[in-house]
Design a binder for this molecule. Structure first.
Ligand SMILES: *Cc1c(COP(=O)(O)O)cnc(C)c1O
Length: 382
């Protein structure tokens, strides 16, 4: 059992359990079992793997410890985590969400929740007045992402949390881009924190996983009930991989963030680039607010090319980054949001939101930044 006052790098390595309680093994093993013996007919700590599994428990305890929650939940993907967390809502409820959010979340809120009688309004959550104006008698929750994806708009978490408390609304925050190392939303008054652990927490682009935590014991009880009832749980092997990724999060994120800062500064000076979106840049709108609620700008940035032809050239020429819809891996990942991460959003809506065809997102990896820059520079040159 780890003292939760230890510093983050130590918590990441030791988590709540840093060895197998039964054998002393240096890692909690992959408990590849679907069910558990009921000695003398009585259930022990574990009874059936959908309800609980020691490998999964390890990462569920870790996310609660890292975010300051009472209890954690691990799911088969980030979307399974989002869907399972939003099961706190019921038919007839209305939800407020940001305009530019992860494409998969946009799809879920727009095409799945309405079938269950839950509707969403998409507003610019960086403007508290617009959030307040969108509240209707049926509004029950506000779903947030900050920085937003892919335009890095910054929402005032303390401000929205205070408004939500006053109006008795639940707040959800997708903290995937920041990780608990850079932003601890529960401390700022957010009710439920969600991660696509597929990204930085897993960190090696080798698994899908989602995590949820809350500081409210009553919400935790309801989340637990739904997790067991619905069953979108994280498998033992994936729990093991995620646990292993979490241990090195600080080293990876520090290195990737430093690379992102260097790339952002150099891209901002590049003649082929119109604009760079990164909360670490001195003149970036929202930077001061971001710094009041997070301890670093993160390792992801977007940039806008001056010409559409430049995008094609860049995607054809870059060698080091993997070109894919993801982020948070040890390797640099380049995403053409228009056709990949935000493909689910109709073209006209993307245009309205400012997600243009010339926009490219980079999730900096932990390679040598000079190699990354040389590669980007040759791919950007005319
Ligand atoms: C990837 C991602 C998700 C979805 O996670 P999956 O693990 O792919 O299901 C949700 N939110 C954000 C911000 C993401 O980047």
């Amino acid at each position: 059992m780890t003292d939760k006052n230890l510093r983050p790098a130590t918590l990441l390595v030791h988590q709540k359990t840093d060895r197998d309680p039964h054998t002393g093994a240096s890692t909690v093993p992959i408990y590849q079992a679907s069910t558990y013996h009921h000695a003398e007919g009585k259930a022990g700590e574990y009874d059936y793997a959908r309800s609980g599994n020691p490998s999964r428990q390890q990462v569920e305890d870790a996310i609660a410890l890292l975010e300051g929650g009472v209890r954690g939940f691990a799911y088969a993907s980030g979307m399974a985590a989002i869907g399972s967390a939003l099961a706190l809502l019921k038919s007839g409820d209305h939800l407020i969400a940001p305009e530019d959010l992860y494409g998969g979340s946009w799809r879920y809120l727009n095409t799945v929740l309405p079938q269950q009688g839950i509707t969403a309004s998409f507003v610019d959550t960086t403007d508290l007045d617009k959030v307040a104006a969108a509240i209707t008698p049926d509004t029950r929750a506000i779903f947030l992402e900050t920085p937003s994806n892919p335009l890095f708009k910054i929402t005032d978490l303390r401000g929205v949390a205070a408004l939500a408390r006053e109006r008795r609304l639940l707040t959800f925050l997708d903290n995937t881009f920041m990780t608990p190392l850079l932003q601890r939303p529960l401390d700022l008054g957010i009710d439920v924190v969600i991660h696509s652990a597929t990204k930085f927490l897993g960190g090696h682009s080798d698994l899908l996983a989602g995590l949820v935590t809350t500081a409210d014991p009553e919400l935790a009880k309801r989340l637990k009930h739904f997790q067991n009832a619905f069953g979108a749980v994280l498998a033992p092997f994936d729990s093991f991989l995620l646990n292993r990724g979490i241990k090195t999060l600080k080293l990876r994120l520090d290195a990737a963030q430093a690379n992102a800062a260097t790339l952002a500064a150099r891209l901002a000076e590049h003649p082929a680039i119109d604009r760079v979106y990164y909360p670490g840049l001195a003149d970036f709108p929202g930077r001061a607010l971001h710094e009041r609620q997070a301890t670093g700008p993160g390792a992801v940035l977007s940039f806008e090319l001056k010409e559409t032809t430049g995008v094609r050239r860049l995607l054809e020429r870059v060698r080091l980054p993997i070109i894919a819809p993801s982020l948070g891996g040890v390797e640099t990942i380049l995403t053409h949001c228009w056709s990949m991460s935000h493909a689910a959003i109709p073209a006209a809506t993307k245009q309205e939101l400012g997600i243009r065809e010339t926009l490219v997102r980079i999730s900096a990896g932990i390679e040598d930044v000079e190699d990354l820059w040389e590669d980007l520079e040759q791919a950007l040159s005319v």
